[in-house]
Ligand binder design. Structure first.
Ligand SMILES: Nc1nc(=O)c2c([nH]1)NC[C@@H]1CN(c3ccc(C(=O)N[C@@H](CCC(=O)O)C(=O)O)cc3)CN21
Ligand SMILES: CC(C)C(=O)C(=O)O
Ligand SMILES: [Mg+2]
Length: 266
């Protein structure tokens, strides 16, 4: 009989940072992949609004609705036993703290999410949600929901001024009560500095090796994306003959500190 492993909670992720164990995270949007990620031992499943691009075939994450997020979060959360489930609040679903609370409640009550993630320096929303007992993950660096302001998906925090702003925002999010932070597409040296300065775990994507954990979009690492795979991602289907083996290779590479390499960092 398989041992039933205990479900992970947010404090387990904090403990992993303290003891230097890397946190593994991948996106999933359905029950089958959720179950497979869980079986392989992935710590955190992110129901990302990247589903707008890889599931819905949209050009950006901007059109994704809260109903889309609730539906996919429910598909994922029912199918896992151990993994911690985090769901993105989509574009414009947290324009005010009140809206954020209403929509986070949907993700948690209808979707079964354990934590919600929101992009940018939204301290008021973060502290309002945390006051209601909702665990919140911040997201800094490249903010895909702001693509229409940014113009293109590119590395962030390259100038000293931009880097300092990301450090300040990260500290402020932690102070507002965020208990996890995703750093996307920033120089590895900046991500290292932030991971060291913060008490909360920092999960990187295109943010170098020295974060407390790593996340990738599942379809990129399985090489089945419709768009070009971002430079920081890696095809883990190389050298394996099954999807399960590719996910296991990612799990092991992150736990051992073998991914990302400099070629997958900025
Ligand atoms: N499939 C997928 N993978 C992702 O990593 C991802 C999404 N979708 N959707 C939401 C955001 C958008 N992200 C992206 C998308 C594209 C690049 C990209 O093409 N970057 C170029 C460099 C662009 C430049 O510097 O001009 C690269 O070659 O990596 C980066 C991040 C990350 N997230
Ligand atoms: C790229 C990750 C961090 C994300 O937010 C998503 O998949 O939506
Ligand atoms: Mg997202």
């Amino acid at each position: 009989m398989q041992p039933i492993s205990k479900a992970l909670a947010i404090n387990d992720l904090a403990d992993m940072k303290q003891r230097g164990e890397k946190i593994t995270c991948l996106t999933a949007y359905d029950a089958s992949f959720s179950s497979l990620l869980d079986k392989v031992g992935i710590d955190v499943i992110l129901v990302g609004d990247s589903l707008g691009m890889v599931i819905q075939g949209q050009r950006t994450t901007v059109p994704v609705s809260i109903a889309d997020m609730v539906y996919h979060t429910r598909c994922v959360s029912h199918a896992r036993q151990r993994a911690f489930v985090m769901a993105d609040l989509p574009f414009m679903s947290y324009a005010t703290p009140k809206a954020a609370a209403k929509n986070a409640a949907k993700l948690m009550q209808q979707g079964g999410a354990h934590m919600v993630k929101l992009e940018g320096a939204k301290y008021d929303c973060v502290s309002f949600l945390v006051d209601q007992g909702i665990p919140v993950c911040g997201h800094l660096g490249l903010l895909p929901q702001s693509i229409n302001q940014l113009g293109r998906y590119a590395v962030q925090g390259k100038t000293q001024i931009d880097a300092d702003k990301i450090v300040t925002d990260a500290l402020a999010l932690q102070h507002a009560g965020a208990t996890l932070l995703v750093l996307e597409c920033v120089p590895a040296v900046l991500a290292k500095q932030i991971s060291t300065q913060l008490n909360i775990p920092v999960i990187g994507i295109g943010a170098g090796l020295d974060c407390d954990g790593q996340v990738l979009v599942l379809y990129d690492m399985l090489n089945i994306g419709i768009a070009k795979r971002p430079r920081f991602s890696k095809n883990f289907m190389n050298n394996v003959t099954s999807i399960e083996a590719a996910i296991a290779a990612y799990q092991q590479a992150v736990k051992c500190g073998h991914f990302p390499t400099p070629e997958h960092s900025f």
